[in-house]
Design a protein around this ligand. Structure first.
Ligand code: ADP
Ligand code: MG
Length: 412
């Protein structure tokens, strides 16, 4: 029994290890297809080499990959597994084919239903939920089997207990491994991001100041020159253009400077919703030019210590991006919502703009990433750096042509 149990465990480890070695670093556009394929292989291997109990019964762990894929992947991803499982099972035939079919259909219908809630849970709760799902479904399966077997003898109960503990135990182990991998990937992304920010802010601090002064002087003299009566029309145009370009350069420098600002100077005790409302009023004229409406709601006012300049800048950047995303669609509504959940302030900024693809979302926050002609690609970088500094999190949900939602959590 032990050999076959270990063998089954090895089959289940197989997708985890392969993913870890070969696919962890790939962008996630096709990696989940690979995972479904690997799980299908693991499941088939489990069916092919079942665990033989000494008392003569056999059972296997095929439902572990099935349940895990159902929970993480939802209906779309578990469907191939469902088909493979049943085709294989009908091909093998024999006792219990119909029960297996009915059971897998039930699991297929019920479990993925909770998938969307499941993926939003935190890591610990996911492990608990997956284990509970595994316990309940397999427990239910064995329970229904007890009606089929007339002889409800001791051996049957030994089988049941063995099978159930094995299922639950292996599910816990596999879930811990999966969650650990997810946590590692997230940590690494965070580190890369903060490294990026460090480099940028160091550069920003040293270069921005040096550049700003000559820029101001030059643009001052150009403005004087522009007033001169002896300039021809052409020359005037050149000066105008130079001034425009200088303005652009100044904008980039001041965007940069916002990273370099020392934090402690601006620390204030203030009200977060007042801050949001204040920044909303600043941005209102910009919104109305672009035919964008702003809806603002908050349930509670929160007082907290934070760097006011940076937080304000951060909200303004977010609003501006939202408005600019809707400008291209000729208008829309920007929803701003602030609420309190447990120890956190939750800020929800939603637009009905052009949206982003998954790939574009993954590039958010990289220096100079911008899809706009006049864009600097520093706004999102600044937002990420500010939110990281206050140990908050940003989640982005977006659909192309539908809109974007930024969900920001700031701990208090
Ligand atoms: P910029 O606004 O100067 O282009 P940002 O760093 O603020 O730079 O934004 C980077 C890019 O992220 C934008 O060019 C845009 O493509 C994308 N983006 C940011 N926010 C949104 C949004 N709300 N909707 C759609 N795209 C967005
Ligand atoms: Mg921007």
């Amino acid at each position: 029994m032990f050999e076959t149990l270990l063998l089954n465990f090895l089959f289940l480890l197989f997708p985890v290890v392969i993913f870890l070695i070969f696919f962890e670093n790939r962008p996630n556009s096709y990696s989940h297809k690979v995972l479904v394929l690997l799980s299908a292989v693991a499941m088939s291997l489990c069916i092919a080499k079942p665990i033989k109990l000494e008392i003569g019964f056999i059972f296997d762990l095929r439902y572990i990959p099935f349940i895990i894929v159902a929970l993480y992947g939802g209906y779309r991803n578990v469907l191939p597994l469902y088909l493979i499982l049943n085709i294989y099972r009908f091909y093998v035939g024999g006792d219990g084919t119909i029960q297996s079919f009915l059971f897998s259909t039930t699991v297929m219908i019920l479990v993925p239903y909770f998938s969307q809630k499941f993926v939003k849970l935190n890591s610990k709760h996911r492990i608990i939920w997956a284990t509970a799902t595994s316990f309940l479904t397999i427990g239910y399966y064995l329970f229904t089997l007890s009606f089929v077997h007339e002889a409800l003898n001791r051996q049957f109960w030994i089988l049941t207990i063995n099978a159930l503990t094995t299922y639950v135990g292996v599910t816990i182990i596999i879930m811990i491994l999966i969650e650990k991998i997810i946590a590692n990937i997230k940590n690494r992304d965070r580190m890369v991001q903060s490294e990026r920010l460090n480099v940028v802010s160091e550069l920003a601090a040293s270069v921005s100041h040096e550049i700003r002064n000559p820029l101001t002087v030059t643009s001052g003299f150009l403005q004087l020159l522009n007033k001169s009566q002896t300039l021809t029309l052409d020359e005037k145009e050149y000066v105008e253009l130079s001034l425009q370009e200088l303005k652009r350069a100044e904008k980039i420098v001041s965007d940069y400077l916002s990273f370099a600002k020392p934090q402690s100077e601006n620390m204030v005790y203030s009200n977060m919703s007042a801050e949001l409302e204040y920044t909303k009023n600043i941005i209102m004229p910009y919104a109305s030019i672009h035919k964008v409406e702003v809806e603002f709601s908050f349930n509670n006012s929160l007082n907290k210590h934070y760097d006011r300049n940076q937080i304000q800048q951060c909200f303004i950047n977010l609003y501006k991006n939202g408005i600019e995303a809707m400008k291209e669609k000729g208008g829309g509504t920007l929803f701003i919502d602030i609420s309190e959940r447990g120890q956190n302030i939750i800020i929800n900024i939603q637009d009905t703009g052009i949206g982003m693809t998954k790939e574009e979302i993954s590039r958010l926050g990289k220096p100079y990433y911008s899809t706009k002609e006049e864009g600097t690609g520093l706004g999102m970088l600044m937002i990420y750096s500010t939110i990281y500094k206050v140990k908050g999190t940003i989640e982005v949900e977006s659909e192309k042509d539908k809109g974007t939602t930024f969900l920001i959590t700031i701990p208090t």
